[in-house]
Design a protein around this ligand. Structure first.
Ligand code: SF4
Ligand code: SF4
Length: 156
């Protein structure tokens, strides 16, 4: 390399550095153009068809519509749902099958909606609560008949 080409390469390097820095400074002072999330998380409207997490709505008396029939479990293509039932004494003295635990593994759900479509009681629906990230995988195993509860993997 000759002395003149060495000086020339310095010039090219400094020019390129100045160009990069000018672009950086221009963007540094520019107003953000990214999404408003998370500031707008309370007003954010998801599309009607968006499926975030399977839920089992409960009424004011903390009752749900699930009859523990197990159809959603049979409909699920990848074992995301586990319906565990138990028998209880009914008022007429007979025994009846009731739901013990409705276990749903959010981490393996494909959101196909087959479970919701086939439930004869309309007991389960998809919520639009899109913030479902957790630090531990086991927290993605939920017990739907106890909203808010999380089952550790070993229990599910
Ligand atoms: S949405 Fe599909 S994959 Fe998810 S629990 Fe229901 S049937 Fe299973
Ligand atoms: S959620 Fe619906 S399909 Fe599933 S067990 Fe309950 S009643 Fe049956």
């Amino acid at each position: 390399m000759t002395f003149s080409s060495y000086i020339k390469s310095w010039g090219v390097g400094i020019k390129s550095l100045a160009t990069g820095m000018s672009i950086s400074m221009m963007n540094f002072w520019r107003k953000p153009v990214t999404e408003c999330y998370p500031e707008n998380r309370h007003t954010l409207q998801m599309s009607d068809r968006f499926r975030a997490v399977l839920t089992m709505p409960h009424n004011a008396n903390n009752e749900h519509k699930c009859t523990a029939c197990g159809i959603c479990q049979l409909s699920c293509p990848n074992d995301t749902i586990q319906v565990i039932s138990k028998t209880e004494a009914a008022e007429d003295g007979k025994t009846k099958k009731v739901l013990d635990r409705h276990v749903y593994k959010l981490g393996q759900c494909t959101f196909c909606n087959l479970c919701v479509m086939t439930c004869p009681s309309g007991a389960i629906v998809f919520s639009q609560d899109f913030e479902q990230s957790v630090y531990t995988r086991s927290k993605l195993t939920l017990q739907l008949n106890q909203p808010g509860s999380v089952l550790e993997k070993k229990q599910a």
